[in-house]
Design a protein around this ligand. Structure first.
Ligand SMILES: Nc1ncnc2c1ncn2[C@@H]1O[C@H](COP(=O)(O)OP(=O)(O)O)[C@@H](O)[C@H]1O
Ligand SMILES: [Mg+2]
Length: 324
């Protein structure tokens, strides 16, 4: 089993400078992913998962700005790479499947043309060979009649089909790192299971490192090697998935795991109350107002992630300080 980290993220912070103030979307997060391994990023809506994904590829646009951090891919810090070099790395070495596939497909080109163009622009292969590879990928991702699909335009596809086409597009370049932001959210459970299984097979074939963003703990259980739980722009707990699921340490993680899926909303709402506004983050632990275990120590400075077991870390004063 390889444990060499392909992707190393250190102290990444991304803010949005809006008229209402500074939105602190991502606050000093760090994580690593090894070749052939899957890290799942989980957390409630608005906790900074998508902004994290965009930051890794430097796709944050004004008024947003990456204010600190390093993103190491094979010995290069993507946050310092000249733009021309970064463009070569994007797609080919590190690929992103967006949460909203309609905005990232070109409406005036057929699926076949977009897929083949993507492949040809990154690899020295013929148009015919690129089309053949595209058809094969579409088939593997469970899309029926891919030859016909290649002739269609994005608007002619359902949301679930577009999501799979985006996945095919990202995988067609055989990247070292795949970042997938809620890639199966629009799909029914049967198709979702099929895609996750196929993703796993392709991951093994290519030795790809995967960062999978999801709010679905079932997906985490099915595919994750490691899990990182985000709250208000910070990672509050991370570790091997079995360890975190069996011995959750942070009160937020414990609440997440206790929360049962609700039919009336497609989101994680594990505890009563609202996450803090990212415009006015407190100096103390951001989970304090909702925390069932909060004590006096929690009003101190924001807790840092600390090791509590092999590869398992949590950011909670109560784990290290039992004074109330
Ligand atoms: N362009 C933007 N301008 C201002 N705030 C933004 C922008 N994009 C994202 N944010 C804020 O960043 C926070 C994290 O968003 P996001 O990463 O999309 O959350 P999620 O975990 O649901 O993917 C949210 O509070 C969101 O309002
Ligand atoms: Mg999101």
């Amino acid at each position: 089993m390889s444990t060499i980290s392909v992707l190393k993220v250190k102290n990444l912070s991304t803010y949005f400078y809006t008229q209402r103030g500074t939105v602190r979307s991502v606050n000093g997060i760090s994580f690593t992913v090894a070749a052939g391994r899957t890290l799942c990023l989980v957390g409630e809506s608005g906790c900074g998962k998508s902004v994290t994904a965009l930051s890794l590829l430097r796709l944050i646009e004004p008024p947003g700005k990456i204010v600190s951090g390093e993103v190491w891919l094979d010995g290069r810090n993507l946050l310092e790479l000249p733009l021309l070099e970064l463009r070569r790395v994007r797609g080919k070495e590190i690929s992103l499947v967006f949460q909203d596939p309609l905005t990232s497909l070109n409406p005036v080109l057929t699926i076949g043309t977009q897929l083949a163009e993507t492949i040809v622009s990154h690899e020295e292969i013929s148009w015919a060979e690129a089309r053949r590879r595209a058809v094969e990928l579409l088939l593997r991702l469970g899309l029926p009649d891919p030859e016909r699909l290649m002739r269609l335009y994005p608007f002619q596809l359902s949301g679930g089909m577009r999501q799979r086409v985006m996945m095919a597009m990202a995988l067609s370049m055989r990247p070292k790192v795949l970042i997938a932001d809620e890639p199966t959210t629009a799909l029914d459970v049967t198709v979702q299971a099929q895609i996750l299984a196929e993703l796993k097979r392709l991951q093994e074939e290519l030795g790809m490192a995967v960062v999978l963003i999801t709010h679905d703990l079932g997906v985490v259980a099915a595919v994750a090697d490691e899990v990182a739980v985000m709250y208000a722009g910070s990672i509050v707990e991370r570790g091997p998935v079995a360890e975190v699921f069996d011995r959750p340490a942070h009160p937020y993680t414990r609440a997440l795991l206790r929360s049962v899926p609700r039919l009336d909303r497609d989101e994680l709402v594990p505890v009563e109350g609202q996450p803090p506004s990212l415009l006015n983050l407190p100096a103390h632990c951001p989970f304090l107002p909702r925390c069932p275990q909060a004590g006096a120590a929690c009003w101190g400075e924001k807790p840092k992630l600390r090791e509590i077991g092999p590869g398992h870390a949590a950011a909670c004063h109560r784990l290290f300080n039992h004074a109330s």
